[in-house]
Design a protein around this ligand. Structure first.
Ligand code: C5P
Length: 299
């Protein structure tokens, strides 16, 4: 019998994010380019008697129902026709992805919990395969469906309707993470109240693959208005030679894209700003994502 499943849960950035409308369900209609990164958390699922527990050494990770991994476990448990709260498993999360930074850490943990529990609970047969996992992922959070498969993809709807795209050439990514996070609902609220929120640039520019600096994030200006240091960091990364630099998702992390590792390493070294934490990582295409995220089973 399989006793443990260990999975990598990779981070994402939004290379581009355009808000194209508001929806009746309170969400915003998006068109966004998701890119998976090598930076990842590690999620380990272990069978144990008794109620589900969530563990993490990182003190900021919630260990109760607030944890989105818990939500994922509950969603799969219910989809399998079982009543009450889930039992029989411990979820351990080794955090490397900064929290509340727009890097999809929690969503990726949830996607990993779904993929791992589907193995432990033999769910694909019971709930009808990967397509059903995607449906469950939709119900957990807007970024979760993308983080089941990774690579480069266009997200529409709430960002949860995913169309896979051919990979970009490999890019080195410098992440600059401030000491504060930005809550996603706040960022969208600030966007709604931002003066130039009515936009006519809903489509990606033509030939964007060759013009990475034409990519943009509609949430950036409203968030920078509250946190000007994010704008300063974007400017600084541009001066340090990034092919493109922007805020990811609803912030607070800023990323810079580089074509070469040395240039990226030099930029990271020179970026040092008090209170900011930097990470050097790289983009993952779908094959690499599959390799990294492959579940490792223990008997
Ligand atoms: O689905 P997720 O948990 O990532 O979304 C958190 C919040 O962000 C939502 O409750 C909503 O306020 C906002 N959001 C939005 N439109 C989106 C995604 C998120 O308004 N497409």
């Amino acid at each position: 019998m399989i006793r443990t499943v260990e999975l990598a849960a990779p981070a994402k950035i939004n290379l581009d994010l355009r808000v194209t409308g508001t929806r009746r369900d309170g969400y915003h209609e998006l068109r966004t380019l998701f890119q998976a990164l090598e930076l990842h958390d590690t999620v380990t699922l272990t069978r144990r008697p008794g109620p589900l527990v969530v563990r993490s050494r990182s003190r900021r990770v919630p260990r109760d129902r607030q944890n989105i991994g818990w939500t994922a476990a509950q969603a799969l448990w219910t989809a399998l026709g079982r009543g009450g709260p889930p039992v029989g498993v411990a979820v351990s999360i080794r955090k490397r992805i900064p929290l509340c930074g727009g890097l999809g850490g929690g969503s990726s943990n949830a996607a990993a919990v779904l993929r791992g529990l589907a193995i432990l609970w033999d769910a694909p047969r019971a709930v009808g395969g990967m397509r059903s996992l995607k449906k469950l992922a939709l119900s957990i959070g807007a970024d979760v469906p993308f983080l089941l498969t990774g690579g480069l993809a266009l997200g529409t709807g709430r960002g949860d309707s995913i169309r896979r795209l051919p990979a970009l050439p490999p890019l080195w990514v410098v992440l600059a993470v401030p000491h504060f996070g930005v809550s996603t609902p706040d960022a969208y609220r600030w966007f709604d109240n931002f003066p130039s929120a009515v936009r006519n640039d809903e489509l990606l520019p033509r030939r964007w693959r060759r013009r990475l600096d034409a990519l943009q994030n509609h949430l950036e200006a409203p968030v920078v208005e509250r946190h000007p240091e994010i704008g300063d960091c974007i400017l600084r990364l541009r001066q340090l030679g990034a092919a493109h630099t922007a805020m990811t998702g609803s912030g607070s992390t800023v990323f810079g894209l580089f074509h070469g590792q040395e240039l990226a390493e030099a930029a990271r070294r020179r970026l040092r700003a008090p209170g900011w934490h930097t990470v050097l990582t790289r983009t993952l295409d779908r094959e690499e994502f599959r390799g990294l995220a492959r579940p490792r089973l223990g008997k």
